[in-house]
Design a protein around this ligand. Structure first.
Ligand code: SF4
Length: 306
């Protein structure tokens, strides 16, 4: 039985790509490449919905370098989709060659996303990665060059589709035909496409172009305030307070009240966190606290060091 490695994001398109291939008797392995900005845990159930077990591969560190400096630039927000996809396909190619898969498939739809899903981008990617003819895009394959698996008769071109553009009408019709109950919209899992998060990440990049995964994570765990080269993150609930505490680095200062209120993480880049900065953090903490002690300033613990 022929085997396909299918890039799987959990979105309808990737589910449908798997189903179309499975209908042709292909053994499908859905693969998800996990990054700091898109975790695999939530995607598993979308593979289970179509009877498959999701394979998760962590590419966080390599992906982070692309987010810091994408050769093909960003999409609408801080999403470097062309280079991100290229990295994923490169990784998939390594796995395909090592483990004997026949081809790689994706749920990409021609012209669905003006930045990354264009014919020229597909062709450039295949050429750069030495994968010409080896990538099948079942949802648009009929509109693309004939692939190797079609030439070899592994898959039938006439059973591939010719979807093009941003309308999702045909996909929704197929969802009904295949009886899918759980599906999500494309890209809804990648936080780099979120305008609010992207704003924060851009500001982080401005003050620290070599930000690490931990820096990018604190930005999604509370209210964030930038002041010069310092970031203040105010937890919005118990889960975020705990999360911020676990993300604290030795040079950070963590403010924890002994009255009901948020924890505040203070992180400086190339600057020392002095008394003035700590007082600003305490002020923020008090602003977001409902109840306070009689002597609130002396009821806030300052945690720092290893
Ligand atoms: S939306 Fe996110 S995960 Fe998807 S290709 Fe773009 S950057 Fe990569």
């Amino acid at each position: 039985m022929a085997k396909a490695l299918v890039l799987f994001s959990g979105g309808i398109d990737s589910q449908l790509a798997c189903l179309i291939l499975m209908k042709q008797g292909i053994e499908v392995v859905p693969i998800f490449f996990e990054t700091y900005f898109f975790k695999g845990e939530k995607v598993k159930r979308f593979a289970e919905e179509i009877g498959l077990k999701l394979r998760i591969e962590d590419i966080s560190e390599e992906h982070l370098k692309i987010v810091q400096n994408p050769p093909h630039g960003y999409g609408k927000n801080m999403n470097p989709c062309i280079d991100c996809h290229m990295l994923m396909i490169k990784k998939a190619k390594e796995i395909m060659e090592k483990e004997g898969f026949d081809f790689i498939a994706t749920g990409e739809v021609l012209d669905e996303r003006p930045f990354s899903q264009r014919r020229t981008v597909f062709e450039e990617m295949e050429k750069t990665l030495g994968l010409e003819g080896k990538i099948v895009r079942p949802l648009s394959q009929k509109l693309l060059k004939v692939s190797e698996p079609e030439l070899k008769g592994i898959i039938k071109r006439e059973e591939m589709l010719d979807i093009r553009g941003q309308s999702r009408k045909i996909q929704l019709k197929l969802v009904k035909e295949f009886g899918l109950k759980e599906y999500k919209t494309p890209a809804s899992g990648c936080i780099l496409t979120d305008p609010e998060y992207a704003k924060r990440l851009k500001m982080l990049k401005n003050i620290n172009p070599n930000f690490d995964g931990n820096d990018s994570e604190i930005l999604r765990n509370g209210r964030v305030l930038f002041e010069g080269k310092t970031i203040f993150v105010v937890g919005r609930n118990e889960i975020e307070n705990k999360r911020l505490e676990s993300l604290r680095k030795p040079n950070d200062v963590m403010l924890v009240p002994d009255f009901p209120g948020p924890s505040v993480l203070i992180r400086g880049f190339d600057n020392k966190i002095d008394e003035e900065i700590i007082n600003k953090g305490k002020e923020l903490l008090l602003n977001y606290s409902k109840k306070q002690n009689k002597d609130p300033l002396n009821s806030i613990k300052e945690i720092t060091g290893a």
